[in-house]
Design a protein around this ligand. Structure first.
Ligand code: C2E
Ligand code: MG
Ligand code: MG
Ligand code: MG
Length: 281
């Protein structure tokens, strides 16, 4: 009866739950300490442009260099940081680090520097009232032009509308590009394109994995490309691991590819000068 009133299922406080809650608190405290002790790093994965395979952009991805556990995957700590709110501080640090990094590459490398850095932003960051102002300050402090920054948001972060979508409009007005991450895996992928300002669709790896097989997988990857092209958006295929996948995607029209085949996320990616070679393979 009480459960019906609050809408919450009644759960017994078992030792297992207790352990999980303890783990959550412990990991949260460790993330706090890691921020204070500079244990986070940002690595950059190339997004290449076909046919030259020039690195047109990079995606910034956070890493935790834990003194005891070694490299901790963001999948293990981003969800905790989202729940306890530390993602706001961590996310701002990542954003500032990435902006400074690309500003530095532009000075060092000139035209060989990537055009853009893409930074993942969580729902919690986006829903904060002054998120666009935070981004504007990071751009101003680094000297990076707004057009050199993209924010990657997931469908779930924006599908409820509200402040998150207001923030996207404000970012767009600054000149920042908006990328929908893991596109096609959310609740309302196509519906969102009617309501949310978007510049880039990041087609999820799950649609890339079997793109070399005729039939269903190819039809879906093709359809996602057609939607992006028809709406004037850039499509980026994520998780490209083989030359055959790259070739199949190229045939469908995809010009921007990201994945281990072209390079893993690293601290210092190589930005080879653009060549005239068709370097799909
Ligand atoms: P995502 O934004 O979709 O990032 C792509 C993930 O796929 C990265 O994993 C990348 O290393 C991995 N990946 C790239 N190419 C390939 C490939 O060819 N094969 C395979 N199997 N994987 C590939 P990572 O770095 O472990 O990040 C996982 C997720 O954690 C990200 O997914 C993103 O949702 C989140 N994340 C990472 N960094 C940040 C961050 O700075 N802020 C926030 N809010 N979330 C982040
Ligand atoms: Mg991403
Ligand atoms: Mg992604
Ligand atoms: Mg993905």
């Amino acid at each position: 009866y009480a459960a019906k009133q609050t809408g919450e299922p009644v759960r017994r406080w078992t030792p297992a739950l207790d352990e999980r809650a303890g783990e959550f608190v412990r990991l949260g405290a460790e993330i706090r300490a890691a921020l204070d002790n500079d244990q986070f790093r940002v690595v950059y994965q190339p997004i290449v442009e076909l046919p030259s395979a020039r690195v047109a952009a990079v995606e910034a991805l956070v890493r935790w260099e834990h003194p005891v556990r070694g490299l901790v995957s963001p999948a293990a700590f981003i969800p905790v940081a989202e729940r306890n709110g530390l993602i706001v501080e961590l996310g701002e640090w990542i954003l500032r680090t990435a902006c400074h990094r690309l500003a530095g590459w532009r000075v060092e490398l000139g035209p060989a520097a990537p055009d853009r850095v893409s930074v993942n932003v969580s729902a919690r960051q986006l829903a904060r009232p002054h998120f666009a102002a935070t981004v504007a300050a990071a751009l101003a402090d680094s000297g990076l032009p707004a057009s050199c920054l993209a924010v990657e948001v997931t469908e779930t972060a924006v599908f409820e509308g509200g402040q998150a979508v207001v923030a996207l409009h404000e970012l767009r007005a600054l000149g920042v590009r908006i990328a929908l991450d893991d596109f096609g895996t959310g609740h309302s992928s196509l519906g969102l394109l009617q309501t949310v300002p978007v510049d880039i669709l990041k087609v999820d790896k799950s649609f890339v994995d079997n793109v070399t097989e005729a039939g269903r997988p190819t039809v879906i990857a093709d359809a996602l490309y057609q939607v992006s092209a028809g709406l004037g958006l850039l499509a980026v295929a994520e998780g490209v691991e083989t030359a055959d996948q790259a070739e199949a995607l190229h045939r469908l029209g995809y010009r921007y590819l990201q994945g281990y085949h072209f390079g893993r996320p690293v601290a210092e990616p190589e930005f080879a000068p653009a060549t005239a070679v068709v370097a799909v393979a």
